[in-house]
Design a binder for this molecule. Structure first.
Ligand code: NAD
Length: 290
């Protein structure tokens, strides 16, 4: 398949490389020109603009930071909707607010462009190992058309409802992930505060009812205080905002999510926005005078 891939960052780069390895023709675009080097080395090609990447593509994939970038790349001048051929399928895999996904799908339909929101979970490791969870919103027939491509990048791929539903499920995912990071950080601070080796303690937790993927993947780096991203605090701050706004719109009360949102905001205010979200541990340490 001929694929235009826009946004070759931490996640987009390995995801696009898997598509190349599966013998698709991938033409990438990113505002940072150096971001395309790895795609080219993997066998893809570098476009000079969004229009260039999208030209003649059957499928366009976007993996961008947030809704303003998706709006610019998709709806803006020289964007996907101006440049893609009628009948093309746009799969937005960025994490953005559901209302933007709904609006993009509405405007795209007027140009005969089909759209799915297909945000992912699994982090950089999941992108590299092609075992992402992918939650998809949109038409069932478009999901069926996209599924073979999504299977190249992910393992758990589920159609969760109409346009925007993928983003709602992703918001739910992010509040759970944030809560787990906050609590693993508290577990480390407690054990260290009591003079118990936190690494050894977390090894035991990872085999009991507290077991989870974050303990598996991140307990060593957290105990060692290695916080290179991964997934930046700035992006998790965006995602907690999406969850809180969705909760407000749905008229539901999410007190734990509110607390985690404030911890993520504190991490950002302390200057840790570009660190991995596991750096929530730093907030707990500071609150504990450590
Ligand atoms: P990133 O910042 O590493 O990558 C985003 C890329 O988009 C960058 O290379 C940037 O230059 C490019 N970009 C920005 N504006 C652009 C524009 N107008 N035109 C073309 N390219 C543009 O971010 P990431 O970590 O890869 O995350 C991408 C999305 O995936 C976000 O929505 C994030 O929330 C989500 N996500 C990230 C992770 C993770 O672990 N990093 C996990 C799941 C989901």
């Amino acid at each position: 398949m001929k694929i235009g891939f826009i946004g070759l960052g931490i996640m987009g780069t390995p995801m696009a490389a898997h598509l190349v390895a599966a013998e698709h023709t991938v033409r990438g675009y990113d505002v940072v020109p150096g971001a395309l080097d790895k795609l080219v080395a993997a066998g893809g090609s570098a476009a000079k603009s969004v229009a260039d990447a999208v030209d003649g593509a059957e499928v366009v994939i976007t993996m961008l930071p947030n809704h303003p970038q998706v709006e610019q790349v998709v709806l803006g001048e020289g964007g996907v909707l101006e440049s893609a051929k009628p009948g093309a399928l746009l799969v937005d895999m960025s994490t953005i607010r559901p209302e933007t996904s709904i609006e993009v799908a509405r405007v795209a339909a007027e140009k005969d462009i089909r759209v799915l929101d297909a945000p992912v979970s699994g982090g950089e490791a999941g992108a590299k190992q092609a075992n992402l969870s992918i939650m998809v919103g949109g038409e069932e027939s478009d999901f069926a058309a996209a599924k073979p491509l999504l299977e190249v990048m992910g393992k758990t791929i589920v159609h969760v409802g109409p346009h925007g539903a993928g983003q709602v499920v992703k918001a739910a995912n992010q509040l759970v992930v944030g809560g787990i990071y906050a609590l693993v950080g508290e577990a480390i601070v407690l054990m260290e505060g009591c003079g118990v080796d936190a690494g050894t303690g977390l090894d035991v937790l990872a085999g009991g009812l507290a077991a989870n993927r974050i303990l598996d993947l991140k307990r060593e780096s957290m105990v060692a205080r290695r916080f290179e991203p991964g997934f930046r605090i700035d992006l998790h701050h965006k995602d907690m905002g999406i969850a809180m706004a969705a909760a407000r719109q749905a008229d539901v009360s999410l007190p734990m999510t509110g607390l985690v949102t404030q911890l993520v905001a504190a991490a950002r205010a302390m200057g840790h926005g570009s660190l991995d979200h596991s750096a929530l541990l730093k907030v707990t340490e500071q609150l504990s005078g450590r």
